[in-house]
Each structure stands twice: as structure tokens, then as C-alpha cells.
Design a protein around this ligand. Sequence first.
Ligand code: GLV
Length: 332
Amino acid sequence: MPPKVFVTRVIPEVGLKKIQEHCEMDLWTDPLPPPRDELLRRVEDCQGLLSLLTDTVDAELMDRAPKLVVVSNFAVGFNNIDVAAATQRGIAVGNTPGVLTDATADMAVTLLLAAARRLVEGHHYTLSGKWKTWEPLGHIGQDLVGRTLGIVGMGRIGFATARRLHRGWDMQVLYYDIHRNEHAERELGARQVDFDTLLAESDFVSIHTNLDDSTRGLFDAEAFRKMKPTAVLVNTARGPIVVQEDLRQALEQGEIFAAGLDVTDPEPIDPNDPLLKLPNVIVAPHIASATVRSRNRMAEIAAENLLAGLEGRPLPAWVNPEVEPQWRKRFS
Ligand code: GLV
């Protein structure tokens, strides 16, 4: 009998086909995520789950699904999954690293340029008919060349963002990370600094760290007070790394110049949230990985992780390889 899996949303065909060939697939076809009770119900007799970042995969869900041996997340981030609980229960967890690095770095640079040069504000100005003439003193934004970039989290995406801005705009690169990144130091002349130094010296700050207990709320009122009033903040990582209400106040009071966000807290942000009324913030609906190649590769890797996990093979992108001994016992 083929293993039973629940796939919580329609992902690119290349992934679905692979899964269908080997599994009995229950596919959630609504554009919105399955409601919690539906997710719990559908996963009950499944061996595999292909989840999205909008699905909470916690101990309660795992206990409702005693046959579950693998959770494959269609994302590089996995803060929606209680990985410790999965490991405890002998469940392998996979993600999709690497294949969305360029797309996400491109989005970080896009948001940085657009926020620094007030692009969306200018677009609205044009649409509203306020554009009457060329204005020598109007629409003044921030210069980019030779400025200082602060990267929070110098992993794959942080590095790709820094490389673009160092090579293209001659930016000097500072980074804050618990790990040293010698490659970034060698290739980009990046300098590892403490968080306060990064805040104080950077003209642009771009967030690329995981969301966990050590990064939740990292950017709060105190952090914004330490930043330059000309600074631009970019977040393409996870919304809760920034205390959104504190960001709103910092933008309103001119403690920082502008922000470009691909992620919010919560998601989606309430369209009436006062943050969205500010002229100096740009908010994209969590689309950094939304390119043809990235999404297709994510689907392939997510399918490969799922199938490997079901067949007792090492996952190509394994979040919790330490689970292996316990997970193997599930097949005996
Ligand atoms: C998207 O946010 C991802 O983690 O892949």
C-alpha cells in the first residue's frame, strides 16, 4: 500500500507529480490554509505531511498522527514546526534551503532601494495627480554608493544580499551573527560586530536570521533608538523579529528613515494597521521566494524530502538529522 500523505496547499506541479507517483495524496486545494481542525483531522492517519509556513505543526498535531514519520516544509524557514517535539517523537523534518537564496536576496535589495529612494511614495504621488513639476527639493531619498550595510544573520541569504550591495554599490559590510563567517570576511571584507555597533554604524540594516527565542523581538524601541535617523531597515526573514508597533513609532517619529518589509506580524497584516498609513514603509505580502525557478525547485526539494522520509532514506535537506536513530526504529 502506498503511504498516505497530506499536502496542505497546491504547490508547483513538478512536486505534486513526484508525490502522486509514490503516495496516496490528499491535497488541500483551497487558496487559504486548512483550518486547524481540518489539518488535525486530515493528518490523523498519514505517514507524511507536506506543510507550508502558514501551518502550525506542533506536539498536538504530532500526537494526533501516530503514523507520521516525516514533515516536509515548503520553505527554508521552519519556525512553524516544533522541531524538538518532532525529534522526540522520531519524526524527520525537512526544509528547502539554497534554492530561494537569490530570489530572497533580490527582494531584500529591491526593498532597500525602493525604501531608500521613496519609490512607492512617489508612485502614489503620481497616481494622485500631485505631480505638477520637477521639484528640486522634493522626494529626496538616501544615497547608496559607499554607505554601510549591516547584515543581521550572515547565512546564505545574508551573504547573497551583502555580495550584491558590496559589489554593485561599494557598500562596506558589517554583520551580527553568533557564528563567524570567514567566507564573507574574505570575499566582501565584512566585519563581525556586536548588535549595538551594527545599529549605530549602519546606513542600511537587512535582517536574514531565523526566528527563534533569541531573535524574537530583537528590533524593539531600544534598538530603533540606537539606529541612525537616516537608516533604512529591511526585513525579508520573519515578522516577529521586529516589534511592529515599535517600528511604527520609530518611522513616525523619524528615528529611522524608512522600512521595507516582506514579512509582518501577524501575516497577513490588518489592512487598517496604522503602519500601512505611513509614507515611509513598503510592505510586500511575503513574496521573496516567488519566482518561477525558486518555487519549482522548492516543490522538487519538498517532494524529495517527503519521499526520502517515507522510505527511510536520509532527507536531502534535513532540519533534524539528530532524529535518525529514533526515526529508523519507526521502520522496523
Ligand atoms: C519563506 O519565507 C521561507 O522560509 O521559505
